[in-house]
Design a protein around this ligand. Structure first.
Ligand code: SF4
Length: 115
């Protein structure tokens, strides 16, 4: 997707968002699961804790990614990531919790074998 134009319509149609214009570039030497955990740790820290889907869901995502990074993951961890992420997206009260799991589906879509 290196040739993807960086305009609103192109990014939206690819299922991505640019937010405030930040762009993070990583090379293939980075662990993609670690990158997903980095983003999850940010939203977990930013969660105000008012609603359970965001408060507990982000912790479950973080812990599951940590298990995988530490070599203790199993096949059903992929289902946990998908189901908890979908639950957070549908049931969280505000945009933070609704978008917090966003890195998970794209990580599983493009790097499932690595996960
Ligand atoms: S989704 Fe919003 S309201 Fe709910 S815990 Fe997260 S930050 Fe708070």
């Amino acid at each position: 997707m290196l040739d993807l134009p960086m305009d609103y319509e192109s990014l939206t149609s690819a299922g991505a968002i640019m937010g405030s214009g930040g762009l993070i570039v990583i090379d293939c030497g980075n662990c993609i699961v670690d990158i997903a955990r980095f983003f999850t740790s940010f939203t977990m820290a930013e969660s105000c804790g008012k609603c359970i889907p965001c408060r507990v869901g982000s912790k479950i995502l973080y812990d599951t990614l940590t298990r995988i990074i530490e070599g203790e993951g199993s096949e059903n961890n992929l289902e946990i990531l998908e189901e908890v992420g979908m639950f957070m997206k549908n049931a969280s009260l505000c945009a933070l919790g609704q978008t917090a799991p966003n890195p998970i589906p794209s990580t599983l879509k493009y790097f499932r074998n690595e996960v």
